[in-house]
Write a protein that binds this ligand. Sequence first.
Ligand code: SF4
Ligand code: SF4
Length: 435
Amino acid sequence: METNFSKEQLKDKDNKSSEKIFRKCVHCGFCNATCPTYQLLGDELDGPRGRIYLIKDMLENNKPANEKIVKHIDRCLSCYSCMTTCPSGVNYMHLIDHGRNHIEKTYKRPFGERLIRNFLSNVLSKSFNFRVIVILVKFVKPFRFFFPKKIKEMIALMPRKFPKKTLPNMEIYRAQKKKKPVARVALLTGCVQKVISPQINEATIRLLNRHNIEVVVPKGIDCCGSLNHHLGKSYLAHKAFKKNISIWHEEYLKNGLDAIISNTSGCGTTLKDYGFIFRSDNNLKIKAKKISELTKDISEYLDENVKLNFIKNKENNKEYKIAYHSACSMQHGQKVHDVPINLIKKTGNQVFDIPDGHLCCGSAGTYNLLQNDIAKKLLKNKISNIEKIKPQFITTGNIGCITQIANGTKIPILHTVEIIDWYTGGPKPEVLMKL
Ligand code: SF4
Ligand code: SF4
């Protein structure tokens, strides 16, 4: 794609990087074929190629965003299916991030939208605030019919209760064996995940400790920053990124870290991008790159570093038919697809890919809250594809997908790490108790 940025414009690091990406695009449109929003809406501007044109036009001509551009960019799920399909290696993720930041700087959204986006930014990225809101929502739920449509839909998506925690909050979870641990890793426990599904972090910690790995959850790390990053709120996102980089890097230097584990693929994708985000920051670029290099999805870490000790007992000796939902951030963002499937297969169960598995379930961070109509259609399609397999349960590696899919089906769904924990001596997951 031809570009026309001026020399002055290219002094800006983001313009410079985006220009290189635009130049790789050959307009072929292959990406449209696998874009969920293009498939649903059939409008060129709701596909990756159209969005790339919109972003290029804004940046190159130094144009403020307008209502039309914002509508089509907001409809993008950031699922990155287009990146997997693109034969030219166009990094759409970096373009859409740049486009969203430009929108946030140059476009004043209507009051209601600003209110909702600021609310999500302040509530979801802070686990304490989120917990308070979930409690408040319980009381207003019976009166939700009096609220505007958007608020009503958000209330409907809020969890009804907090599951009980079985592990205390600690900074260091020691390896179970008395001898020296074989490795030491940091775990990102996540902002929303630790509130609504603490069992995922607990299964991760138990599993690692049981395999003689020490787990550290450094104080001060709450959100990975991706929530604000995808809302285009770069100031808030960068504040979280910088804090995380400095805390993890200090831990790495002082006490040693073999890896930073993410068990939420949406967060893992952003952590692996810290190096790019701070590529021009002389104070942080080396540290940020190190954090990205250390980051592993839990499935990758287990596959590459841990000899899993599978144990058969009377609780787990049945053979199940499992549907594996490959989260977009996992398969398209991190290019991790076969690894979790192969890990689950080691438990002796049958694992099936979901038909049209490259398409998003509609969760996509805050997307199901902000673009509820599209998200609902995507969820309906996902559930109908899952049902074709007739699985006894579903598994995936991302809390957003777990919450979204659970809203559309009665088939139990759990995180992949919970299965591995169970088959290596951990308790049977609560959600599977009736099976
Ligand atoms: S990220 Fe997903 S929704 Fe956005 S343009 Fe690419 S394929 Fe379409
Ligand atoms: S597939 Fe890649 S090269 Fe082709 S239009 Fe899409 S982004 Fe451009």
